[in-house]
Design a protein around this ligand. Structure first.
Ligand SMILES: [Zn+2]
Length: 325
């Protein structure tokens, strides 16, 4: 018995290593605490939406790892949007009994005036060109993390029409890979392109290789696949999911023809579930969906929430939205 224990101790590190090598890689993107959340009217990719976000530090974060702007900016825009909307649209058809919160009222008015555009509203945007200059900030000193960034960049550049290229000295509005230590050691990205600052991905050495790949997707303007409005056909979620900044459905730029359970932008059913209880189960249509796409993934990566590579639908989607840019 004693010899067996010695042998076990001797080989334990190798057993752990072997297990890690066969585990599919999942993301370890951030999950927002939900005790400080806000409901606002925003314009994402020229579509009006009421969404919930979590205030994390100074930032307004949706989906756990997508920054929409600073909390102050988003609150200011929200107020401007509401005042513009409620001031300019004829409300005579509504009685006080129809009005709930100001936000719900605004949304109802929007639905009745689909061509309304508020000139003051800043819309989250795609990058102006598929050629995107990037900088790895000097704050990132960890060689392994630098390697993960380069591997992720190579993946996007090889598999899609996106060209992430080192920025020239002094070039403005670039994608910055920034050390996230000051923001609580998260793996997160500003969603899409901001005309005032370009884009930013905030990562740290604990971010997995797959998380860096995933965050570049957000920086290009891709939302989470599991936040699509049609998700319930494919994943049955726990009841809390719809009202949560982390799990809500939310509109996106363009649209994929088919829900994609193989996407690098989909979470696993345990990811982001703080209590480690699965937050969704695949429906019958979901199982069929996954079975039809998983063969395209490398062996060992055939899991919902994989972070090994881009799925064929990820590639088709990004190529479609950036084709003419
Ligand atoms: Zn994400």
């Amino acid at each position: 018995m004693r010899i067996f224990v010695y042998l076990l101790l001797l080989f334990a590190p190798y057993l752990v290593a072997a297990q890690e090598a066969t585990e599919p890689e999942f993301g370890n993107e951030a999950v927002s605490p939900e005790d400080d959340t806000y409901r606002v009217l925003v314009n994402l990719f020229d579509g009006w939406q009421l969404i919930n976000y979590a205030k994390v530090g100074q930032n307004a974060v949706v989906g756990g790892d997508m920054v929409l702007g600073t909390h102050a900016e988003i609150q200011e825009q929200n107020l401007a949007n509401l005042l513009t909307l409620l001031g300019e649209v004829d409300r005579s058809g509504f009685t006080d009994g129809d009005t709930g919160s100001l936000l719900d009222d605004a949304m109802r008015l929007l639905e009745n005036t689909p061509d309304f555009k508020a000139a003051t509203q800043k819309s989250t945007q795609l990058w102006p060109s598929k050629r995107i200059p990037y900088v790895v900030a000097a704050s990132i000193t960890d060689d392994e993390l630098k390697g993960k960034i380069q591997t992720a960049i190579n993946l996007w550049n090889t598999m899609t029409i996106i060209e992430l290229v080192p920025a020239s000295a002094g070039e403005r509005n670039v994608l910055v890979f920034e050390d996230a230590a000051g923001d609580g050691w998260v793996c997160q990205a500003w969603l899409g392109y901001y005309s005032s600052r370009g884009g930013q991905i905030e990562i740290n050495p604990a971010c997995s290789q797959g998380a860096v790949i995933h965050e570049i997707g957000h920086a290009l303007g891709i939302m989470h696949e599991h936040s699509r409005f049609d998700r319930e056909q494919f994943i049955a979620t726990r009841p809390f999911a719809e009202s949560s900044p982390n799990y809500q459905t939310i509109g996106a730029v363009g649209s994929r023809t088919t829900y994609d359970l193989c996407s690098v932008m989909h979470y696993s059913n345990r990811q982001a579930a703080a209590d480690q209880v699965p937050w969704f189960e695949l429906t019958e249509a979901g199982r069929a969906n996954f079975n039809s796409c998983k063969a395209a993934l490398p062996p060992g990566c055939r899991q919902v929430g994989q972070r090994c590579t881009l799925s064929p639908a990820d590639v088709a989607f990004i190529n479609a939205v950036y084709r003419d840019r």
